[in-house]
Design a binder for this molecule. Sequence first.
Ligand code: MG
Length: 365
Amino acid sequence: MAAEFPEQFKVTALAAGRRIERLTKQAREFDVSLVSVEREEDVAVVRGMLPGVDVRWGSEGLMEVALSQGVDMVVAALVGAAGLTSTLGALEAGIDVALANKETLVMAGQLMTAAAGKSGASILPVDSEHSAVFQALAGHDAAEVKRIILTASGGPFFGRSLESLKEVTPEEALAHPNWDMGRKISIDSATMMNKGLEVIEARWLFGLGAERIAVTVHPQSVVHSMVEFVDGSIIAHMGVADMRGPIAYALGNPSRLPLSGMALDLGRMGSLTFADPDFETFPALGLAYDAIKEGGTMPALLSGANEVAVEAFLSGLIRFTDISEVVKMAMNDYSPVEADSLEAVLEADSIARDRANQAVKNIRP
Ligand code: MG
Protein backbone atom coordinates (compact mmCIF):
# COMPACT_ATOMS: atom_id res chain seq x y z
CA MET A 1 0.00 0.00 0.00
CA ALA A 2 2.85 2.36 0.90
CA ALA A 3 4.62 1.47 -2.35
CA GLU A 4 1.42 2.06 -4.33
CA PHE A 5 0.64 5.43 -2.72
CA PRO A 6 4.01 7.02 -1.91
CA GLU A 7 2.52 10.52 -1.79
CA GLN A 8 0.17 9.50 1.03
CA PHE A 9 2.26 7.20 3.18
CA LYS A 10 5.81 7.33 4.46
CA VAL A 11 7.07 4.20 6.18
CA THR A 12 9.52 5.32 8.86
CA ALA A 13 10.19 2.17 10.90
CA LEU A 14 9.70 -1.58 10.44
CA ALA A 15 9.60 -4.57 12.75
CA ALA A 16 9.94 -8.21 11.74
CA GLY A 17 10.38 -11.63 13.28
CA ARG A 18 13.04 -13.78 11.65
CA ARG A 19 12.50 -12.99 7.97
CA ILE A 20 15.61 -10.87 7.78
CA GLU A 21 15.92 -10.74 4.00
CA ARG A 22 12.39 -9.48 3.54
CA LEU A 23 12.93 -6.90 6.28
CA THR A 24 16.17 -5.52 4.81
CA LYS A 25 14.67 -5.41 1.33
CA GLN A 26 11.68 -3.39 2.58
CA ALA A 27 13.88 -1.19 4.78
CA ARG A 28 15.90 -0.21 1.68
CA GLU A 29 12.80 0.22 -0.48
CA PHE A 30 11.21 2.65 1.99
CA ASP A 31 14.46 4.16 3.26
CA VAL A 32 13.50 3.68 6.91
CA SER A 33 15.67 4.89 9.79
CA LEU A 34 14.75 2.23 12.38
CA VAL A 35 14.10 -1.53 12.26
CA SER A 36 13.58 -4.17 14.91
CA VAL A 37 14.01 -7.95 14.77
CA GLU A 38 12.86 -10.71 17.07
CA ARG A 39 16.23 -12.12 18.18
CA GLU A 40 19.37 -10.42 19.44
CA GLU A 41 21.59 -12.75 17.38
CA ASP A 42 20.16 -11.28 14.15
CA VAL A 43 21.05 -7.71 15.06
CA ALA A 44 24.68 -7.76 13.84
CA VAL A 45 23.71 -9.29 10.48
CA VAL A 46 21.00 -6.70 9.90
CA ARG A 47 23.32 -3.84 10.94
CA GLY A 48 25.81 -5.08 8.36
CA MET A 49 23.13 -5.14 5.68
CA LEU A 50 21.61 -1.76 6.57
CA PRO A 51 24.36 0.76 7.28
CA GLY A 52 23.06 3.96 8.85
CA VAL A 53 19.85 2.33 10.10
CA ASP A 54 19.13 1.88 13.82
CA VAL A 55 18.64 -1.83 14.53
CA ARG A 56 16.89 -2.98 17.71
CA TRP A 57 15.44 -6.30 18.87
CA GLY A 58 12.85 -8.00 21.05
CA SER A 59 9.87 -6.44 22.77
CA GLU A 60 11.79 -3.24 23.55
CA GLY A 61 12.66 -2.94 19.87
CA LEU A 62 8.99 -3.35 18.97
CA MET A 63 8.05 -0.63 21.42
CA GLU A 64 10.69 1.72 19.95
CA VAL A 65 9.33 1.10 16.45
CA ALA A 66 5.75 1.74 17.62
CA LEU A 67 6.67 4.96 19.39
CA SER A 68 9.36 6.23 17.02
CA GLN A 69 9.62 9.89 16.10
CA GLY A 70 6.83 11.31 13.95
CA VAL A 71 4.76 8.11 13.74
CA ASP A 72 1.04 8.84 13.37
CA MET A 73 -0.09 5.30 12.62
CA VAL A 74 1.11 1.86 13.63
CA VAL A 75 0.15 -1.15 11.52
CA ALA A 76 0.02 -4.02 14.01
CA ALA A 77 0.17 -7.35 12.21
CA LEU A 78 2.24 -9.56 14.49
CA VAL A 79 0.97 -13.08 15.09
CA GLY A 80 -0.10 -14.09 18.57
CA ALA A 81 0.54 -12.30 21.83
CA ALA A 82 3.91 -10.83 20.75
CA GLY A 83 2.45 -7.48 19.75
CA LEU A 84 0.33 -6.80 22.84
CA THR A 85 2.74 -4.51 24.70
CA SER A 86 3.75 -2.36 21.74
CA THR A 87 0.16 -2.01 20.50
CA LEU A 88 -0.94 -0.90 23.95
CA GLY A 89 2.04 1.48 24.08
CA ALA A 90 1.02 3.09 20.79
CA LEU A 91 -2.62 3.50 21.88
CA GLU A 92 -1.57 4.99 25.22
CA ALA A 93 0.60 7.48 23.33
CA GLY A 94 -2.39 8.52 21.21
CA ILE A 95 -1.11 6.87 18.00
CA ASP A 96 -3.76 5.31 15.75
CA VAL A 97 -3.41 1.57 15.24
CA ALA A 98 -4.45 -0.31 12.09
CA LEU A 99 -5.06 -3.68 13.69
CA ALA A 100 -4.49 -6.89 11.77
CA ASN A 101 -3.80 -9.04 14.82
CA LYS A 102 -6.78 -10.87 16.32
CA GLU A 103 -5.27 -11.76 19.70
CA THR A 104 -4.87 -8.09 20.64
CA LEU A 105 -8.61 -7.53 21.08
CA VAL A 106 -9.51 -11.11 21.94
CA MET A 107 -7.05 -11.22 24.83
CA ALA A 108 -6.88 -7.58 25.86
CA GLY A 109 -9.88 -5.83 24.34
CA GLN A 110 -10.79 -4.11 27.58
CA LEU A 111 -7.28 -2.69 28.03
CA MET A 112 -6.85 -1.64 24.42
CA THR A 113 -10.20 0.12 24.09
CA ALA A 114 -9.74 1.84 27.46
CA ALA A 115 -6.28 3.11 26.41
CA ALA A 116 -7.63 4.33 23.06
CA GLY A 117 -10.59 6.01 24.75
CA LYS A 118 -8.30 7.82 27.16
CA SER A 119 -5.74 9.06 24.62
CA GLY A 120 -8.14 9.65 21.73
CA ALA A 121 -6.33 7.16 19.46
CA SER A 122 -8.37 5.13 16.96
CA ILE A 123 -8.28 1.38 16.46
CA LEU A 124 -8.85 0.80 12.74
CA PRO A 125 -9.84 -2.77 11.89
CA VAL A 126 -7.96 -4.61 9.16
CA ASP A 127 -9.84 -7.90 9.60
CA SER A 128 -12.17 -8.01 6.57
CA GLU A 129 -15.41 -8.54 8.53
CA HIS A 130 -14.71 -5.75 10.97
CA SER A 131 -13.63 -3.42 8.21
CA ALA A 132 -16.98 -4.18 6.52
CA VAL A 133 -18.89 -3.32 9.71
CA PHE A 134 -16.78 -0.22 10.23
CA GLN A 135 -17.63 0.93 6.70
CA ALA A 136 -21.35 0.19 7.09
CA LEU A 137 -21.39 2.16 10.36
CA ALA A 138 -19.79 5.27 8.89
CA GLY A 139 -22.09 8.25 9.27
CA HIS A 140 -24.42 6.50 11.70
CA ASP A 141 -25.01 7.05 15.36
CA ALA A 142 -24.37 4.12 17.73
CA ALA A 143 -27.95 4.47 19.00
CA GLU A 144 -29.23 3.60 15.50
CA VAL A 145 -27.52 0.22 15.47
CA LYS A 146 -29.63 -2.82 16.32
CA ARG A 147 -26.99 -5.49 15.76
CA ILE A 148 -24.08 -6.43 13.59
CA ILE A 149 -24.02 -9.55 11.47
CA LEU A 150 -20.64 -11.09 10.71
CA THR A 151 -20.49 -13.30 7.65
CA ALA A 152 -18.64 -16.61 7.78
CA SER A 153 -17.63 -18.63 4.74
CA GLY A 154 -18.38 -21.76 6.75
CA GLY A 155 -14.91 -23.08 5.87
CA PRO A 156 -14.21 -26.33 3.98
CA PHE A 157 -16.62 -28.39 6.14
CA PHE A 158 -19.79 -26.34 5.85
CA GLY A 159 -22.81 -28.66 5.64
CA ARG A 160 -21.00 -31.64 7.19
CA SER A 161 -22.07 -33.46 10.37
CA LEU A 162 -19.99 -33.57 13.55
CA GLU A 163 -19.61 -37.35 13.19
CA SER A 164 -18.19 -37.03 9.67
CA LEU A 165 -15.51 -34.58 10.84
CA LYS A 166 -13.83 -37.00 13.24
CA GLU A 167 -11.42 -38.40 10.69
CA VAL A 168 -10.55 -35.31 8.62
CA THR A 169 -6.84 -34.73 8.04
CA PRO A 170 -4.88 -31.49 8.48
CA GLU A 171 -4.57 -31.30 4.67
CA GLU A 172 -8.36 -31.35 4.24
CA ALA A 173 -8.80 -28.79 7.00
CA LEU A 174 -6.15 -26.49 5.53
CA ALA A 175 -7.90 -26.30 2.13
CA HIS A 176 -9.95 -23.13 2.48
CA PRO A 177 -12.35 -22.47 -0.43
CA ASN A 178 -12.14 -18.66 -0.66
CA TRP A 179 -9.17 -17.20 1.17
CA ASP A 180 -5.51 -18.12 1.05
CA MET A 181 -4.36 -17.86 4.66
CA GLY A 182 -1.80 -19.08 7.16
CA ARG A 183 -2.10 -22.53 8.77
CA LYS A 184 -3.44 -21.44 12.16
CA ILE A 185 -6.16 -19.21 10.74
CA SER A 186 -7.12 -21.85 8.13
CA ILE A 187 -7.75 -24.41 10.87
CA ASP A 188 -9.60 -21.76 12.90
CA SER A 189 -11.74 -21.15 9.85
CA ALA A 190 -12.49 -24.88 9.49
CA THR A 191 -13.58 -25.18 13.16
CA MET A 192 -15.30 -21.74 12.99
CA MET A 193 -13.21 -20.65 15.99
CA ASN A 194 -12.00 -17.89 13.68
CA LYS A 195 -15.55 -16.51 13.60
CA GLY A 196 -15.80 -16.92 17.35
CA LEU A 197 -12.63 -14.86 17.82
CA GLU A 198 -14.08 -12.28 15.43
CA VAL A 199 -17.26 -12.05 17.52
CA ILE A 200 -15.04 -11.24 20.51
CA GLU A 201 -13.08 -8.67 18.47
CA ALA A 202 -16.36 -7.09 17.33
CA ARG A 203 -17.59 -6.90 20.90
CA TRP A 204 -14.66 -4.60 21.73
CA LEU A 205 -14.34 -2.69 18.47
CA PHE A 206 -18.01 -1.74 18.31
CA GLY A 207 -18.94 -1.86 22.00
CA LEU A 208 -21.90 -4.24 21.62
CA GLY A 209 -22.90 -7.16 23.85
CA ALA A 210 -22.66 -10.70 22.46
CA GLU A 211 -26.46 -10.83 22.06
CA ARG A 212 -26.20 -8.04 19.46
CA ILE A 213 -23.52 -9.76 17.37
CA ALA A 214 -24.84 -12.44 15.01
CA VAL A 215 -23.10 -14.75 12.57
CA THR A 216 -24.48 -15.87 9.22
CA VAL A 217 -22.89 -18.47 6.96
CA HIS A 218 -22.33 -17.04 3.50
CA PRO A 219 -20.14 -19.45 1.51
CA GLN A 220 -19.54 -17.06 -1.42
CA SER A 221 -17.65 -14.51 0.75
CA VAL A 222 -18.95 -11.61 -1.32
CA VAL A 223 -20.76 -9.87 1.54
CA HIS A 224 -18.03 -9.25 4.10
CA SER A 225 -20.42 -8.36 6.95
CA MET A 226 -23.48 -6.22 7.70
CA VAL A 227 -25.04 -3.81 10.14
CA GLU A 228 -28.73 -3.98 10.97
CA PHE A 229 -30.23 -0.67 12.10
CA VAL A 230 -33.19 0.09 14.36
CA ASP A 231 -35.50 0.60 11.36
CA GLY A 232 -34.78 -2.94 10.14
CA SER A 233 -32.54 -1.79 7.30
CA ILE A 234 -29.39 -3.81 6.75
CA ILE A 235 -26.34 -2.23 5.16
CA ALA A 236 -23.99 -4.85 3.75
CA HIS A 237 -20.44 -4.41 2.52
CA MET A 238 -19.62 -6.27 -0.69
CA GLY A 239 -16.35 -6.66 -2.51
CA VAL A 240 -13.80 -9.11 -3.85
CA ALA A 241 -12.09 -11.31 -1.26
CA ASP A 242 -8.79 -9.42 -1.25
CA MET A 243 -7.19 -8.06 1.91
CA ARG A 244 -5.95 -4.99 0.03
CA GLY A 245 -9.48 -3.60 0.46
CA PRO A 246 -9.59 -3.59 4.27
CA ILE A 247 -5.92 -2.55 4.49
CA ALA A 248 -6.51 0.44 2.22
CA TYR A 249 -9.61 1.49 4.16
CA ALA A 250 -7.77 1.36 7.50
CA LEU A 251 -4.74 3.24 6.18
CA GLY A 252 -6.61 5.76 4.10
CA ASN A 253 -9.42 6.40 6.61
CA PRO A 254 -11.52 8.46 6.31
CA SER A 255 -10.71 8.60 2.56
CA ARG A 256 -10.95 5.74 0.12
CA LEU A 257 -7.90 4.94 -1.98
CA PRO A 258 -8.24 4.23 -5.71
CA LEU A 259 -7.37 0.50 -5.87
CA SER A 260 -7.02 -1.34 -9.15
CA GLY A 261 -8.11 -4.93 -9.72
CA MET A 262 -10.83 -4.81 -7.08
CA ALA A 263 -13.93 -4.67 -9.31
CA LEU A 264 -16.66 -7.16 -8.41
CA ASP A 265 -18.22 -8.77 -11.49
CA LEU A 266 -21.84 -9.06 -10.34
CA GLY A 267 -23.02 -10.75 -13.53
CA ARG A 268 -20.65 -13.65 -12.94
CA MET A 269 -21.38 -13.81 -9.22
CA GLY A 270 -24.43 -16.08 -9.38
CA SER A 271 -26.43 -16.60 -6.19
CA LEU A 272 -25.55 -15.28 -2.80
CA THR A 273 -26.79 -17.52 0.02
CA PHE A 274 -27.07 -17.11 3.78
CA ALA A 275 -27.67 -19.73 6.48
CA ASP A 276 -27.67 -19.91 10.26
CA PRO A 277 -24.50 -21.38 11.75
CA ASP A 278 -24.55 -24.97 12.96
CA PHE A 279 -23.49 -24.72 16.60
CA GLU A 280 -23.59 -28.49 17.07
CA THR A 281 -21.13 -29.36 14.33
CA PHE A 282 -18.96 -26.32 15.10
CA PRO A 283 -18.99 -26.01 18.91
CA ALA A 284 -16.04 -23.59 18.86
CA LEU A 285 -18.37 -20.75 17.88
CA GLY A 286 -20.58 -21.35 20.92
CA LEU A 287 -17.51 -21.52 23.17
CA ALA A 288 -16.51 -18.04 22.02
CA TYR A 289 -19.96 -16.68 22.89
CA ASP A 290 -19.67 -18.40 26.29
CA ALA A 291 -16.26 -16.76 26.82
CA ILE A 292 -17.70 -13.28 26.19
CA LYS A 293 -20.52 -13.92 28.66
CA GLU A 294 -18.06 -15.15 31.30
CA GLY A 295 -15.97 -12.07 30.59
CA GLY A 296 -12.69 -10.99 32.20
CA THR A 297 -9.80 -13.24 31.19
CA MET A 298 -12.00 -16.03 29.77
CA PRO A 299 -11.57 -14.93 26.12
CA ALA A 300 -7.77 -14.87 26.63
CA LEU A 301 -8.00 -18.37 28.05
CA LEU A 302 -10.08 -19.55 25.08
CA SER A 303 -7.61 -18.07 22.61
CA GLY A 304 -4.53 -19.57 24.28
CA ALA A 305 -6.13 -23.01 24.64
CA ASN A 306 -7.20 -22.93 21.00
CA GLU A 307 -3.65 -22.20 19.84
CA VAL A 308 -2.38 -25.28 21.68
CA ALA A 309 -5.25 -27.42 20.35
CA VAL A 310 -4.69 -26.34 16.73
CA GLU A 311 -0.97 -27.10 17.03
CA ALA A 312 -1.79 -30.53 18.51
CA PHE A 313 -4.14 -31.28 15.61
CA LEU A 314 -1.58 -30.17 13.01
CA SER A 315 1.03 -32.43 14.65
CA GLY A 316 -1.34 -35.39 14.53
CA LEU A 317 -1.81 -35.66 18.31
CA ILE A 318 -5.57 -35.11 18.35
CA ARG A 319 -8.50 -35.35 15.95
CA PHE A 320 -10.10 -32.36 14.29
CA THR A 321 -13.19 -32.61 16.51
CA ASP A 322 -10.95 -32.71 19.59
CA ILE A 323 -9.84 -29.10 19.00
CA SER A 324 -13.05 -27.67 20.49
CA GLU A 325 -13.06 -30.44 23.07
CA VAL A 326 -9.62 -29.32 24.31
CA VAL A 327 -10.74 -25.68 24.47
CA LYS A 328 -13.89 -26.68 26.33
CA MET A 329 -11.89 -28.75 28.82
CA ALA A 330 -9.50 -25.83 29.38
CA MET A 331 -12.41 -23.45 30.02
CA ASN A 332 -14.14 -25.89 32.35
CA ASP A 333 -13.91 -24.78 36.02
CA TYR A 334 -11.70 -21.81 35.17
CA SER A 335 -12.73 -18.70 37.09
CA PRO A 336 -11.85 -15.64 35.04
CA VAL A 337 -10.37 -12.57 36.72
CA GLU A 338 -10.54 -8.93 35.59
CA ALA A 339 -8.59 -8.47 32.34
CA ASP A 340 -7.39 -5.06 33.49
CA SER A 341 -3.63 -5.47 33.09
CA LEU A 342 -1.32 -7.13 30.58
CA GLU A 343 -0.02 -9.31 33.43
CA ALA A 344 -3.53 -10.68 34.11
CA VAL A 345 -4.04 -11.38 30.41
CA LEU A 346 -0.67 -13.08 29.95
CA GLU A 347 -1.19 -15.12 33.11
CA ALA A 348 -4.52 -16.36 31.69
CA ASP A 349 -2.74 -17.24 28.45
CA SER A 350 -0.17 -19.28 30.32
CA ILE A 351 -2.86 -21.07 32.38
CA ALA A 352 -4.68 -21.76 29.10
CA ARG A 353 -1.61 -23.44 27.63
CA ASP A 354 -1.07 -25.62 30.71
CA ARG A 355 -4.71 -26.65 30.80
CA ALA A 356 -4.87 -27.32 27.06
CA ASN A 357 -1.66 -29.37 27.05
CA GLN A 358 -3.10 -31.44 29.88
CA ALA A 359 -6.34 -31.87 27.95
CA VAL A 360 -4.41 -33.03 24.87
CA LYS A 361 -2.67 -35.65 27.04
CA ASN A 362 -6.00 -36.78 28.50
CA ILE A 363 -7.49 -37.22 25.07
CA ARG A 364 -4.47 -39.02 23.59
CA PRO A 365 -2.49 -40.49 26.47
MG1 MG B 1 -11.71 -12.24 9.10
